[in-house]
Design a protein around this ligand. Sequence first.
Ligand code: MG
Length: 171
Amino acid sequence: MLSERLMKALNDQVNYEFYSAYTYLSMAAYAESEDLNGFANFFRVQAQEELFHAMKFYDYINQMNGRVLLENIEKPIIEFKNPLDLFEHGYEHEQTVTKRIYNLTNIATEEKEHATISLLKWFIDEQVEEENNFNTIIKKLKRAESNPAALYMLDDELATRVFVPPTTNQA
Ligand code: MG
């Protein structure tokens, strides 16, 4: 059985991953309203990934004989200026998530909970990818600034993203 403190921290992260999904769905809704369907697709897939993350923590809490206690999900940001603004918010959000995962890892390390450390290792690697995804698109968007053709090319590129659930042994 995990400590109450670690259980609570993991439970908070379930909530935060749902909040992440909500945040990205809000970004998809904005892109959709601007007829940027590729951008909308990117954020819809991102929201699916976040639901997967939430369920990964959810399943782990159950496996460790804990009980998931769902909380209110905070209202996501809904006002955006442009596509660059979306990705800058997204990047900032992912940096916050990384800090949270590091904090969870610190708690698990302090408590010598190696199984939890192993779970969190997966999330640490995932965060490197998440931050890099956002950062790469920010750079592309900055280069595309004041060039609508480049913006639409990027929109086409992002339309191809699909959600691939990680296989069980990776997950
Ligand atoms: Mg996540």
